[in-house]
Write a protein that binds this ligand. Sequence first.
Ligand code: FMN
Ligand code: SF4
Length: 586
Amino acid sequence: VVEWSGVANWDNSIVPDLAAMADVIHQHGAKVFCQLTHMGRRGTSTNSSRALLAPSAVAEPAHRERPKAMERHEITEIVSCFAAAAERVKRSGYDGVEITSYGGHLIEQFWSPHINHRSDEYGGSLANRLRFSIEVIEAVRERVGPDFCVGFRMTGDQLLKGGLGHEEMKEIATRLAELRQLDYFNISGSTGETAELQAKTVPSLDNPLGVFNRYAASIREVVDVPVLVAARIVEPAMAEAALRRGDADLIGMTRALIADPDMPNKALAGEPEEIRLCTGANEGCIGRLFQGLTVRCVQNPVIGHEDELDELTPSPVRRRIVVAGGGPAGLEAARVATIRGHDVVLFERSSRLGGQVVTAALAPGRAEYGRAATWLSRQVVKLGVDIRFETEATLEAVLAERPEAVIIATGATPRRPDFPIDDTVRVVTCDDILRREVTIQRGDRCLVIDDDAHMRGPGAAESLLDAGATVEIVSREQTIGLDIDPTLKPALYRRLFEKGATLTPLTEVTAIGNGAVQLEHVYAGTRREVAVDLVVLALGGTAEDGLYHALRSAAPELPVYRAGDCVAPRYLYDAMHEATRIGRQV
Ligand SMILES: Cc1cc2nc3c(=O)[nH]c(=O)nc-3n(C[C@H](O)[C@H](O)[C@H](O)COP(=O)(O)O)c2cc1C
Ligand code: SF4
């Protein structure tokens, strides 16, 4: 494995692993293709100490490492490496290869005049800038022969000021198609140049559904091989509609299949309502991958843990189980325990299921995040879980059910501040804002304290801005929303700044009183006072573990488990993961 979790296809040692992969996939009746790329200046020399290669010594702003301009012999070598890699893929039993330029990889770097400043036959005119890609395509085709499928992935518009626009990409697609060496095109949009554009290559829920369909539709007019489109096509009906409209001949659905690998089977079975729909929030998958972490999924806790969690086995004993809390962790535990044959009673304090997810989905532009609870809620109802709405899971109420096991998923309560507060300033939580429980007047001076370092504080801030308030967000960290992943942060920052927010990192709140907030710079120690009408706390949570401990001491023999934020507040996929394990264990 190399940078970006790619597979190092640069010598024959990879063949046994590729062959094993192809074999497993074929056993399930699917076809398997492998992408071929060189990242050029998008790589890193961190591990290899070898300078990055690029058409010219122009660094990519998103990663900053300055590459060396490729020498002629390096161009020749990389062309032949593409061909050798394609042959290995074929030899390993794959059904095809996809050469990719997409996301600002080396081939796209050669096409781009703002990156490619060469004065030899690989730079200058479009014909020259295309030369490297044409050599790669021809070398690959020659090596794999006419009958092996070779596709090509490219952007339909870099969306970059001064970059390659749609008409230029259409011209490039036309010329590549004229080679008559490619079997299909795979079209998306954006490029890897900046943090914001890179984020858009896996467009989050900030982007419209089917966001790149129009580029595929347009390129489909000028090439005479099938065109595939990918990005924000989240359910089979959308895919069918895109095909019917003629946007594309093939549909790519990456995150939709991560969220529900059984999606095609459910669609074939005529059960589209059974599909776990991707939220598009990127929190578990690409948001983690971009930070060098393994892929997980907020919608599907099995992802990344398939070897241990794939199959649900019936319980040898049927038990009566009480689940306390109808948030995602409680729902997942109840779902899995019920499927395994247990009788489950679920206590939910409020009148609806979904817990914190429902509140988080109220932030501007985050409605699709709610899907992380929609499917689970439907499933527990369908499975016949005995749901007791508006019922507090007290010690007495739980024990009155005579449970044989209890799963606590009572979540967390907002953490209280550790600085003094008087009653001259309205102080509320970010959840109060998201739930519209606070009246905001146009022009209200609001200060959001972002200790949570994730979406809650900025989300509440955006709600306030939309209501006409003036907003400053302070955080003791180096940036606001420090832990928000790189696929979400650029668009969030753009919206916050465009709406007029002031972002003040490295700043702690020391007191709230006399109609003002006292602030102190984390390093300089300098102090200032800000007059405010409203303070919004986004301080994270405190585990609501009272019931757990009460049960442990009142009924020491009773198996009591707990999952999610009531253990310790963490991410949604952590809560789901813990819950699914307990559902399998109980
Ligand atoms: C976890 C993950 C890994 C990805 N890896 C690649 C990759 O190796 N090559 C590539 O061209 N696109 C990659 N993509 C982008 C997808 O191919 C696709 O363009 C993008 O996710 C948008 O489609 P979707 O909305 O169906 O997810 C990846 C996406 C995700 C979520
Ligand atoms: S983590 Fe979120 S965006 Fe990624 S596949 Fe799962 S639901 Fe979709």
